[in-house]
Design a protein around this ligand. Sequence first.
Ligand code: ZN
Length: 131
Amino acid sequence: MRKIEIFVNGVWDASFEERQELVIYDKGEVHTIDAEDYEEFIDELEKKGFDCYLCIDMFTNPNWDGGIIWDLRQVTKQLELQEEIVEKSGINIVSCGNCGATILHRCEAEQITCHACGYDSEPCDFPDLNY
Ligand SMILES: [Zn+2]
């Protein structure tokens, strides 16, 4: 049976559909499942409240003619410090997916609104700072 991988809560460029270029910064949690269980797995995931996932196999089919870029950078000192802030305060530091402004928000927020441009979306459209 064919196995596929699904990345959950990782970090990737959310504008890949317009840009025809998928950039993956962090795979997040990797789940390997049977290809035929895809629909069921995604349904379960959405029931649990995860709406930020990526299946790389979607980008190996002929309908996708863009590129896939892996940019799994080494953990830097900045990133370590940022994680420390998040752990101690519950406040995360992200960049606006629209205008690039730096935004502070509580980790449990389900929706983020940019104070600079008003862009309002899910957390996966606001990449963590330093990624
Ligand atoms: Zn913005």
